[in-house]
Design a protein around this ligand. Structure first.
Ligand SMILES: [Zn+2]
Length: 356
C-alpha cells in the first residue's frame, strides 16, 4: 500500500470516527431550581455533541440575572470548577444565577492536545472519590466536521474560517444560526443571554502562569512573556463595575488583578461580543494554570503549591460575587447569593470539601 493511500484512509477514518461523548459530572446542590439545556434556547443543538447543561438558581425574588460560563476552553480547569462550586453550593436569595459549567462539551470530550495534561484528576469529594475532567482547548474536529490537523498550531495560510481557531468558541461569538457547529454553539449562548435577560456575564478562563522555567532548584522566576493570568477583561460598559469589583477582590482575597478594556478590533471574543450584541455587560477572567506552562514536565493542575485549584477556582468564584455586588451598586438591580465558599475557607484544604 502506498503512503498516500494509507494517509488517505487515515484521513477518512478521522473524519468518520464518531466523536467521543463527554458526560459532565455535575452534582447540583439544593439551590438549583431548574436544569435546562442549551438546545432549549436554540433547538438545532439538540442531540448533538455541542449541546450542554445549564443550571438555573432562581430566588423567585426580582433582581439581577447573572451568568457564569465555564469550559469555554476545555483545558482551563479552574473556570469549570468555579462553576461546579456555584452549582453545588450556592442558593440565590435575590435575582437569578444561570451557570453553564462545560459550555463546549465537545472540547471536553478530547484530551489536551497542547500539553498532554492528564485527562482525569482524582479528588476526594463530600461523597467520596470523584474525577475532574481535563479537556482540549477547542471543539473536536470530528464534531466540527473538519479533518484533524493533528497538531496544535494552525497550518500556514490559515483563516478564521478554515483554521484550527474556527473550533475555538472564544473566537466565534456572537455565532451564527446556520454556521459551523462552534458558531452555532456561540449562537445558542447568545440566545440564552437574550432569553434569560442576562444583566451581566462572566466567562472564566485560565492562562499560563506568570512564571518562567526555573534555571536551578527552587529558583522562582516571575515574569514570563505572557501576562494574561490575573486579568479581568471588561466590556466598555462594564469598566467601572469591574474596577470596583477588583478593589473588593483585593480586600477579600489579597489577589490583585489587572483590568483591561475589551479591544473592539479583535472580534469573536465573548467579552466584546456578548456586550455588543445584547443588553448584558460582559466580563472575562483569567487565572494562572500550571497546566498551560509549556516548560513544565508534569504539571499538577489540582494541587500545585503556588497555583492550587482552590486558589484559581476561588479567584473566579469570588470575582463573580464582587461583580454581582458592584453591578448591584451601579444599577440598583441585585443578585444576592448565599453559600459561596469564602476564599480563606477554600484555601484551607483540598477543593473536594466543597464538591458533592
Ligand atoms: Zn481560555
Amino acid at each position: 500500500m502506498t503512503r498516500n493511500l494509507l494517509s488517505g484512509i487515515c484521513l477518512l477514518l478521522s473524519l468518520t470516527a464518531a466523536a467521543a461523548e463527554f458526560s459532565p459530572d455535575v452534582r447540583p446542590g439544593a439551590g438549583v431550581t431548574e436544569q435546562r439545556l442549551l438546545s432549549d434556547y436554540f433547538a438545532p443543538l439538540a442531540d448533538t455533541a455541542m449541546d450542554s447543561e445549564v443550571f438555573v438558581l432562581d430566588s423567585g425574588v426580582p433582581g439581577a440575572v447573572g451568568l457564569m460560563i465555564g469550559g469555554t476552553h476545555g483545558n482551563e480547569l479552574a473556570g469549570q470548577v468555579a462553576a461546579l462550586l456555584a452549582v453545588e453550593n450556592v442558593t440565590a436569595i435575590r435575582g437569578k444565577l444561570v451557570v453553564i459549567p462545560y459550555v463546549n462539551r465537545s472540547a471536553m470530550s478530547m484530551p489536551d492536545s497542547r500539553n498532554a495534561v492528564t485527562r482525569h484528576h482524582r479528588i476526594e469529594s463530600r461523597s467520596g472519590e470523584r474525577y475532574l475532567p481535563y479537556g482540549d482547548r477547542r471543539t473536536d474536529p470530528a464534531d466540527q466536521g473538519v479533518p484533524d490537523p493533528g497538531r496544535y498550531t494552525n497550518p500556514p495560510g490559515y483563516t478564521l474560517e478554515n483554521g484550527a481557531e474556527s473550533r475555538n468558541l472564544n473566537r466565534t461569538y456572537p455565532g451564527k444560526a446556520d454556521g459551523t457547529p462552534t458558531e452555532r454553539l456561540a449562537w445558542a449562548v447568545m440566545q440564552l443571554v437574550r432569553a434569560e435577560a442576562i444583566d451581566f456575564a462572566l466567562d472564566m478562563h485560565e492562562a499560563d502562569t506568570p512564571e518562567r522555567k526555573p534555571t536551578g532548584e527552587a529558583d522562582y522566576r516571575p515574569g514570563g512573556n505572557r501576562r494574561l493570568a490575573y486579568t479581568l477583561v471588561a466590556h466598555p460598559r462594564g469598566l467601572e463595575t469591574a474596577a470596583f469589583a477588583l478593589l473588593e477582590m483585593d480586600a477579600d482575597t489579597g489577589i490583585s488583578m489587572k483590568l483591561e478594556e475589551s479591544n473592539s478590533t479583535y472580534r469573536g471574543l465573548s467579552h466584546i461580543e456578548i456586550g455588543d450584541n445584547s443588553p448584558a455587560v460582559s466580563f472575562l477572567s483569567e487565572s494562572p494554570n500550571p497546566g498551560q506552562d509549556r516548560w513544565r514536565d508534569d504539571p499538577d493542575v489540582v494541587s500545585d503549591t503556588r497555583y492550587p485549584l482552590t486558589h484559581r477556582a476561588g479567584l473566579h468564584l469570588r470575582l463573580f460575587k464582587h461583580l454581582a455586588d458592584a453591578h448591584g451598586d451601579a444599577t440598583g438591580k441585585r443578585l444576592e447569593m448565599r453559600g459561596i465558599p469564602e476564599y480563606e475557607e477554600l484555601m484551607a484544604g483540598p477543593i473536594g470539601r466543597f464538591l458533592n
